[in-house]
Design a protein around this ligand. Sequence first.
Ligand SMILES: C[S@@+](CC[C@H](N)C(=O)[O-])C[C@H]1O[C@@H](n2cnc3c(N)ncnc32)[C@H](O)[C@@H]1O
Length: 343
Amino acid sequence: MTGGNGLKSYTKNSSYQRGVIDAAKSHIQGAIAKKLQPENLETFSVADLGCSVGPNTFFAVQNILESVKLKYKTHEPNSKIPEFQVFFNDHSMNDFNTLFKCLPPNREYYASGVPGSFYSRLFLRGSLHFVHSSYSLHWLSQVPKEVTNRKSLAWNNGRIYHIHAREEVTKAYSMQHAMDMTNFLSARAEEVVPGGLVAIVVPARPNGTPHAQVIFNMMFDLLGSSLMELSKKGLIDEERVDSFNIPAYCTCPQELEAVIQKNGCFSIERMKSLSTVIAPDTRHRPQDVSLSIRAITEELIREQFGAEILDELFHLFTNKVGEAHQDIASGIALNLFLLLKRN
Ligand SMILES: C[S@@+](CC[C@H](N)C(=O)[O-])C[C@H]1O[C@@H](n2cnc3c(N)ncnc32)[C@H](O)[C@@H]1O
């Protein structure tokens, strides 16, 4: 299951992400009520980037459309409400068939699938009015090259993520993220009409918070030590662990602001933490946390190590999540809502 850019398609929706979509709902409603300038349009185009297979994307889209209709009705009661075109985007290997089969039968929009990486151009110039992306932009376009290069100071041996690694490893991850966000913004700058909105939700860390204190990051770190344990037992080759890294990064407001300002095409209209979301933390049983991490990493692990190790790996991981209870309890879980407006 490899996507167009050589990366996997991480297709599973989780109830945790559903919680995130729900928590973002009122922010999106508010954003559209306050920031959208209704124009006399024939077609209003919405794109959901990193849509997966549903159903979360359908809830998000429904919320956007209802909010836009409400804005049109209250702003200009006599004006015509445009027709809606919705583009569902994900990697080309996403299961678009499942997505299309599950499209709500009573939908009031025309649906299209758009395959490809959102780190490059996907849509016609000046064709989108509202872009949405939830829980997708923390996936990097690739593992930073240096971290798998034995000759580099950023070689990440014995780990699969940058937590507790050399500073150079974290720097490589952060630079990859900045590069990816730059590409994302440049592509959207071409595609979004002036005054158009981009709403993003990402797992993040507060400014100044060390990466190691973020629960999201702790999970990948524990998964890495579980893999190392399997390699010590001789069940997997250590070199395969050394060459495996999770292509994800947990950003912070400062880093996002820096790339958005450098790009210069968008104003930041809102940046808020979604505090109502329950993180996969101590309130969840280790087994449930393990299942949710398995859902998002299983494909990547299967491709690198084979399917045989999965059950034992996640058994070890579940134990480690249980043992790390105290650290996780004092960890940080932040989901950031970001609203951008095209200048
Ligand atoms: C965790 S799921 C989130 C799904 C849904 N948005 C939600 O909130 O439930 C992340 C999705 O982003 C997609 N994704 C990751 N990187 C992507 C990229 N560069 N281009 C398009 N889709 C990407 C994955 O394939 C996956 O379907």
